[in-house]
Write a protein that binds this ligand. Structure first.
Ligand code: ARG
Length: 589
C-alpha cells in the first residue's frame, strides 16, 4: 500500500535501518534484500526480531556462499550489526532469527523526546501527497441510514489518519443528486406548489415527500410520463427544473449537515451532478481506446472475468451510476491530481468498483501494477444488524434514522451521568458536553473496533457499558489518568522540561514499549485501511496502563516525577488515538 518515506519515525523502521546496515555487510552481493523486522510474538524472546536468515539462505546457498545454513547467516547478521544505542542485547533463536532487546534507557529517552516535541513527531510520513477519500455520500431526498453512518465514521477516520500523516486529503461527499428520481420529485413539487413558492417547512419531512411522490409515480401512468419528461427537461438544463432540483438538494443538504455537525465530520460536497459535464469527454477517451461496445441496445464495457458487462449508457440513452463514477475517476486523476483515491461503501458495491477500476486501467489512467501510483481502493464494510440478527431496523421495520440514534446515545449517557450525581457536581454545559462526547464516541467506537468487513450488531447496552472494550471505558480511563496528574498538584509542563523518565519496573517498560509502537500502528491502520487496528492498540494501551498503575504507586512515591511523565505520555497517546478515531476526549468523570 502507501509506502512510508525514508525519514519515517517508527520504532520498527528504526530497527530495520540498523539491520539494513548489517545486511549490506553480511551479504554485499545481495543489495536488493530488504530487512524483515517484526515485533516479537513472545516477550521472552525479546522486543523485535529480524527474520531474514531463512529466506536469505535459500537465496544464496547455490551461489557458493561461505555460510553453512540459515543459523550461521543469522549469526553473521547479528555480528555485523553496527553499534546502536537503541539495542541492549541480541540473541539467536531457531533457524537464524535475530532477537533484539531494546535499551530501556533509549526507550525512556525517546518517550521524553516526544513529550517535549509533541505527538506530531510520531506521525507516519507517507510518500503520497494528495489523496481523495470519497465517503458518506448519501442520496438526496432519502434519509441517511446506518450504512451511511458506517461510511461516514470509517471514512472520517481514514481521512484523519492520512491528514495526520501529512497527506493532503480531499474529503469528498459524492451525494446521489442526479438520478431519475428527480423527475418524480420535481413533478410532485410542481403539483403541490402550483405557485412555485417552496420552502423547507412546506416540504417538511423530505423523506415523507419522497414516499408520497413515489406513490403517485407508481399509481398514475400519466404522472409517470410527466416525471420522465421532467428528467429530460432537468438534464437539458431548463431553468424552472434546475431551480426546483436545487431547492430539493438544499433541503437535503441541511439535513445531512446536522448529522455531520454532531459527528464532528467535515466533508466537501461534489455530488454526482458535478461530473455530468465530464461524461461525454470521458467516454470519447474510452471510445478511442475501443473500450465501449454496443450490446442489446446499451453501451457497455466488457470486463475480463465478469459475466455481466459494465453498462455505461442505458438503452434509453441516459447515463447511470457507472457513467458518473467513470467521469469522476477521470476527473480525480487528471484534474485533481490525486495519487490515492479511496471509496467507502458497503461490500455490496465491490463489484461495481472493481469494474470501474479495471476500465480505468485498460484506458491507461491507472497503472496495472497496483504498487504504483495513482491507485484506487474500495474500502468495503459489512452490515449493521439488529438484535434479531437481521438488518438493523426500527420496530415498525423502518430504516433507522441517524439523528434518532445519536439522540438516544446522548440521552442514555446523560441519564447515566445524572445517576452518578454529576448534575449536582457539574455545570449544565459540562453535563451536556460530556454526554455528547461519550454518547457519540460510543456509537463511533462500536463501529470502528470491528474489522470493517464483518457485520456487527448494534446494541446500546453493550456500547455504553463502562467496562470492556468500549469508548466509555476508554474515555473514563483517560479521564482517570488526567485526574491522577491533577491530584499530584505538580505542573506537568515543568516536569516535561526538567524531570526524568525512567522505565524501571517490568510494567513500566511494557507500557513504554507500547507507547513507542504508536507510530507503526497508525501507519499500519492507515496504509492497510483498517481502523480497528488502531482501536485494538488503544484498548491494549489502557490495559497496559492499568497493569502499571496497579503495580506502581504514582503520587507520593519516590519515582513520582518519572511516573507522572509516563502517565502524561499515556494520556497524550490516548488523546491522539481518540482524535484519529473522531472521538472527543473528556478530562473528568
Ligand atoms: N450514493 C451511494 C450510495 O448511497 C454511494 C456513493 C459512493 N461513491 C461513489 N463514488 N460511487 O450507495
Amino acid at each position: 500500500m502507501a509506502a512510508a518515506t525514508e525519514d519515517n519515525w517508527s520504532l520498527k523502521d528504526q530497527i530495520a535501518k540498523v539491520f539494513e546496515a548489517s545486511l549490506k555487510v553480511t551479504v554485499p552481493d545481495e543489495p536488493e534484500v530488504a530487512p524483515l523486522v517484526t515485533a516479537c510474538a513472545k516477550k521472552e524472546f525479546g522486543d523485535y526480531q529480524c527474520n531474514n536468515a531463512m529466506s536469505l539462505w535459500s537465496k544464496i546457498k547455490g551461489k557458493g556462499t561461505e555460510f553453512r545454513g540459515p543459523q550461521p547467516v543469522g549469526q553473521a547478521i547479528m555480528r555485523n550489526l553496527p553499534t546502536s544505542d537503541m539495542i541492549e542485547s541480541c540473541s539467536i533463536a531457531g533457524p537464524g532469527f535475530v532477537n533484539v532487546k531494546l535499551s530501556t534507557q533509549w526507550m525512556a529517552k525517546s518517550i521524553q523526546k516526544m513529550l517535549k516535541d509533541g505527538i506530531d513527531t510520531w506521525a507516519p510520513k507517507l510518500s503520497v501527497k494528495r489523496a481523495i477519500v470519497d465517503f458518506s455520500s448519501p442520496n438526496i431526498a432519502k434519509e441517511m441510514h446506518v450504512g451511511h453512518l458506517r461510511s461516514t465514521i470509517i471514512g472520517d477516520t481514514l481521512a484523519r489518519m492520512l491528514e495526520y500523516s501529512k497527506v493532503e486529503v480531499l474529503r469528498r461527499n459524492h451525494v446521489g443528486d442526479w438520478g431519475t428520481q428527480f423527475g418524480m420529485l420535481i413533478e410532485f413539487l410542481f403539483e403541490k406548489f402550483r405557485d412555485g413558492e417552496v420552502s423547507d417547512q412546506a416540504i417538511g419531512d423530505l423523506e415523507a415527500f419522497y414516499k408520497a411522490s413515489k406513490q403517485r409515480f407508481d399509481g398514475d401512468p400519466e404522472f409517470k410520463e410527466r416525471a420522465q419528461q421532467a428528467v429530460v427537461s432537468l438534464q437539458g438544463g431548463e431553468e424552472k427544473y434546475r431551480k426546483a432540483w436545487a431547492q430539493i438538494c438544499e433541503i437535503s443538504r441541511k439535513g445531512f449537515g446536522k448529522v455531520y455537525q454532531r459527528l464532528g465530520v467535515h466533508l466537501e460536497e461534489k455530488g454526482e451532478s458535478f461530473y455530468n459535464p465530464y461524461i461525454s469527454g470521458t467516454f470519447d477517451l474510452l471510445r478511442e481506446k475501443g473500450l465501449i461496445e454496443e450490446s442489446e441496445g446499451a453501451q457497455v464495457i466488457f470486463i475480463e472475468g465478469k459475466k455481466i458487462p459494465l453498462i455505461v449508457v442505458k438503452r434509453d440513452g441516459g447515463f447511470n451510476y457507472a457513467s458518473t463514477d467513470l467521469a469522476a475517476l477521470w476527473y480525480r486523476i487528471n484534474e485533481e491530481k490525486a495519487e490515492w483515491i479511496i471509496y467507502l461503501t458497503d461490500v455490496g458495491q465491490r463489484e461495481h468498483f472493481e469494474m470501474i477500476f479495471t476500465a480505468a486501467k485498460r484506458a491507461g489512467w491507472l497503472p496495472t501494477d497496483e504498487s504504483k501510483y495513482p491507485k484506487t481502493n474500495h474500502v468495503g464494510f459489512g452490515l449493521v444488524l439488529g438484535d434479531d440478527g437481521k438488518r438493523f431496523r426500527t420496530r415498525s421495520s423502518e430504516v433507522v434514522k441517524l439523528v434518532d440514534l445519536l439522540d438516544e446515545a446522548k440521552t442514555r449517557c446523560k441519564a447515566a451521568l445524572v445517576e452518578r450525581g454529576k448534575a449536582a457536581e457539574w455545570t449544565a454545559e459540562e453535563l451536556e458536553h460530556t454526554a455528547e462526547a461519550v454518547g457519540y464516541g460510543a456509537v463511533k467506537y462500536a463501529d470502528l473496533k470491528n474489522n470493517r468487513l464483518t457485520n456487527y450488531t448494534f446494541n446500546f447496552d453493550q456500547m455504553l457499558n463502562d467496562k470492556g472494550n468500549t469508548a466509555v471505558y476508554l474515555l473514563y480511563a483517560h479521564a482517570r489518568i488526567c485526574s491522577i496528574i491533577r491530584k499530584s498538584g505538580k505542573d506537568i509542563e515543568e516536569l516535561k522540561k526538567e524531570g526524568q523518565l525512567i522505565l524501571e519496573k517490568e510494567e513500566e517498560r511494557e507500557l513504554g514499549l507500547h507507547l513507542l509502537q504508536f507510530a507503526e500502528v497508525v501507519e499500519d491502520a492507515c496504509t492497510n485501511l483498517l481502523p480497528h487496528v488502531l482501536c485494538e492498540y488503544l484498548y491494549d494501551l489502557s490495559e497496559k496502563f492499568t497493569s502499571f498503575y496497579s503495580e506502581c504507586q504514582v503520587v507520593g512515591s519516590a519515582e513520582e516525577t518519572s511516573r507522572l511523565l509516563l502517565c502524561e505520555a499515556t494520556a497524550l497517546v490516548m488523546r491522539q488515538c481518540f482524535y484519529l478515531l473522531g472521538i472527543t476526549p473528556v478530562y473528568k468523570i
